[in-house]
Design a protein around this ligand. Structure first.
Ligand code: KIV
Ligand code: ZN
Length: 510
């Protein structure tokens, strides 16, 4: 029997801590359902004490997900743990993940606590968490820069009072693979009650070593890896789930364990997370990048045609490439539409919303013959944001002609008013944004503008991501349409609406 390697996904918590990756409750639920379909063991859904929005999102995930454990993060503070326990009340299986920093630099400068006080607080945290669940995970934050003898003392103490998983975070991505693997081995050997817990790792990618460090830890006895889809996460991100899972699956001759992930759901999950957060996946990204299975050189193409394994160690279809089957077109009926959305994990609160969505689907199908799963996700993303919209695009004329100055005329609805503006610009998108700004006068800085085709072909929808920054607040907005100038206008308005929306939550510093 091979050991089970537990996959703990933190896309909805650490992933959401990437600046601009904030997700709404509905978006979190959609991603959580995809993670559940994929077979993720534990889904860390958020940090309930951070804000009411985060609390509601964790609660919604806990109430929805049935097959994965749902986890909430909490500082080692009674109030935080209480909020996590409450948010998780509806879960089939709940876990509380509590943490406190153990490195000298964090204890002295951030916590202003002595090592003895930190141990005492960690022990209290486990006892508070036990009022809600037995499934408790403890993390000594910044373990990668903590003193090993102190780590042993803290971990022994929390295991004694009931922690079931001890997670070793390389919070600042500082350690080297051999060193990190050795740390896990030493902790397992030196802590007297280490056999009572699962050792977990949580590696950040500041030096590009998050996956290597996680795998080195697995070779030294870690049996849970914390990771995120597309490696999303604080700063340079966390270990990428797809890379960890496929390394272990592909090299079963090397690793003594395997995960329960259904890898065919990986690419759809990657696309969903990228679409929701607006963080594009670089083409040469392992497993989920557009070029990950593309062979350019003649020698490689020839080799693959003669015998696939000459240049390929994995099969594209095994990680979910090519599964976006053509399913719907303009002749598809409402039931086919509803049941495909259901298969994608999308259900609506009322028939009315379904009807609106179906009308939007028909409009799209008139413009675009083939509707793929990604198109449906983009359609839903646009729609679920609609009720929060203060400003909505009513109409847009954008004119560009060789030798002429591009020009845009826009009408925006704001509550019961129609606001009109027009402008010239260096291109149709620039003219459109200038016209919008004449109305909004937002003072926001445009930090990112990116256009991606959702599917292939010239009739594909363009998905535009816009990142705006104002007074230190960063938000992403998305818009999708077969006309990329319209998609650009929608994305700008969606970002602007978020600047005012209560759904955008400021996370306290972790
Ligand atoms: O990076 C980190 O230390 C964390 C902890 C909360 C586990 O995210
Ligand atoms: Zn982290």
């Amino acid at each position: 029997m091979r050991d089970h390697l537990i996959i703990f996904d933190t896309t909805l918590r650490d992933g959401e801590q990437s600046p601009g990756a904030s997700m709404t409750k509905e978006e979190k639920v959609r991603i959580a359902r995809q993670l559940e379909r994929m077979g993720v063991d534990v889904i860390e859904a958020g940090f309930p004490a951070a804000s009411n929005g985060d609390f509601e999102a964790v609660k919604a995930v806990a109430d929805t997900v049935k097959d994965s454990v749902v986890c909430g993060l909490a500082r080692a503070i009674e109030a935080d743990i209480g909020r996590a326990g409450e948010a998780l009340r509806g879960a089939n299986a709940a876990r509380i993940h509590t943490f406190i920093a153990t490195s000298p630099i964090h204890m002295k400068n951030k916590l202003r606590m002595s090592p003895e006080q930190v141990i005492e607080q960690a022990v209290k945290a486990i006892k508070w968490a036990r009022q809600y669940t037995d499934n408790i995970e403890f993390s000594p934050e910044d373990a990668g820069r903590s003193e090993i003898s102190f780590l042993c003392r803290v971990l022994e103490a929390v295991i004694d009072v009931g922690a079931k998983t001890v997670n070793i975070p390389d919070t600042v991505g500082y350690t080297m693979p051999d060193q990190f693997g050795q740390l896990i081995r030493t902790l397992r050997e030196r802590i007297p009650n280490s056999d009572k817990v699962v050792f977990s790792v949580h590696c950040h990618n500041d030096l590009g070593l998050a996956v290597a460090n996680s795998l080195s830890a697995v070779m030294n006895g870690a049996r849970q890896v914390e990771c995120t889809i597309n490696g999303l996460g604080e700063r340079a991100g966390n270990a990428a789930l797809e890379e960890v899972v496929m390394a272990v699956r592909t090299r079963q001759d090397f690793f003594p364990c395997d995960t329960r992930i259904d890898t065919t759901h990986i690419v759809p999950a990657s696309k969903l997370v990228s679409g929701v957060t607006g963080f594009p996946v670089q083409p040469n990204k392992a497993i989920v990048g557009a070029n990950a299975f593309a062979h350019e050189s003649g020698i490689h193409q020839d080799g693959v045609l003669k015998h696939r394994e000459t240049y390929e160690i994995m099969r594209a279809e095994d990680v979910g490439w090519g599964t976006n089957k053509l399913l719907l077109g303009k002749h598809s009926g409402r039931n086919a539409f509803r049941s495909r959305l259901k298969e994608l994990g999308i259900e609506f609160e009322s028939e009315e919303v379904l009807n609106t969505m179906f009308m939007r689907f028909k409009d799209l199908a008139d413009k675009k013959h083939e509707i793929f799963d990604e198109d449906l996700h983009a359609l839903v993303s646009d729609e679920v944001q609609a009720p929060e919209e203060h400003y909505r695009l009513l109409s847009l004329i954008a004119h560009s002609e060789t030798g002429e100055v591009p020009f845009a005329r826009i009408v925006i609805a704001a509550e019961n008013n129609e606001l009109h503006a027009e402008s010239e610009g260096s291109g149709p998108v620039d003219a459109t944004y200038r016209a919008i700004e004449k109305i909004l006068n937002s003072g926001a800085e445009l930090q990112l503008f990116s256009v991606n085709n959702i599917t292939s072909g010239t009739d594909a929808q363009g998905e535009v991501t816009v990142r705006l920054q104002r007074s230190g607040r960063i938000v992403n907005g998305h818009g999708a349409d077969t006309d990329i100038v319209v998609a650009s206008a929608k994305a700008y308005l969606s970002a602007f609406n978020k600047l005012y929306s209560k759904l955008e939550r400021a996370h306290p510093q972790i």
